[in-house]
Design a protein around this ligand. Sequence first.
Ligand code: ADP
Ligand code: ADP
Length: 238
Amino acid sequence: QDIKIEAKGVQVYYADNHAIKDVDVNIADKTVTAFIGPSGCGKSTFLRCLNRMNDTIDICRVEGKILLDGEDIYDPKVDPVQLRAKVGMVFQKPNPFPKSIYDNVAYGPKIHGLARNKADLDEIVEQSLRKAALWNEVKDRLNAPGTGMSGGQQQRLCIARAIATAPEVLLMDEPCSALDPIATAQVEELIDELRQSFSVVIVTHSMQQAARVSQKTAFFHLGNLVEFDDTDKIFTNP
Ligand code: ADP
Ligand code: ADP
């Protein structure tokens, strides 16, 4: 299977707190990889390194190599904003922009120049909303505010926004933790569909969720990657 992200000898420090200790991991294409482990073990920290979201935390220092399609994402030539179009992120709490549903999804393609004209942009917005299993619910009210919907709809909108820039990898940091059980089931089903087109990494504190949605599981403990294997092997071991 194609490797999208190759992390080698990654160490992360917050000032003198050594949060990630020498982690090597490969993230495959068309695969859901779950990061699991107890609270504080470094799952979110490691996830945030994969699209340089951690750059925004000034006491955070990253060592080692992280390659996306063979290219070093920490190379000075790399623009983090461009990188985040290729490695999209969905957060725990749905955070649509205070804009219309349409504008939430159109935002990324606009700033990255992915549409030649309005018809092109309309098409990207529609396809992204379809892939996020939201189109039928919103097609008649694309000008309504994105923040006015249910939590589950808002989270699917955030997923549509993230995939609108045609990313290679989609990072999800506990995307269901703020959702009710029905919305959680919908997002889990959606994650399984997204796997057809993307490489997906999901941070979860729930082993059950990892078992339901992922094919690969990375188990973190105290900043170390202690196990990385096929999910069905990890969860059938005695
Ligand atoms: P989670 O376990 O879901 O990542 P946390 O409650 O640990 O949630 O963290 C919530 C937010 O607080 C995150 O943005 C994280 O970066 C930040 N955070 C966590 N630990 C610290 C810390 N020691 N100092 C400052 N910010 C922190
Ligand atoms: P997890 O996602 O597994 O709950 P985190 O990555 O949030 O773990 O935290 C790993 C370690 O990094 C913890 O010691 C936490 O306090 C620290 N940490 C996380 N975010 C921050 C932050 N923004 N500032 C300082 N320390 C942080």
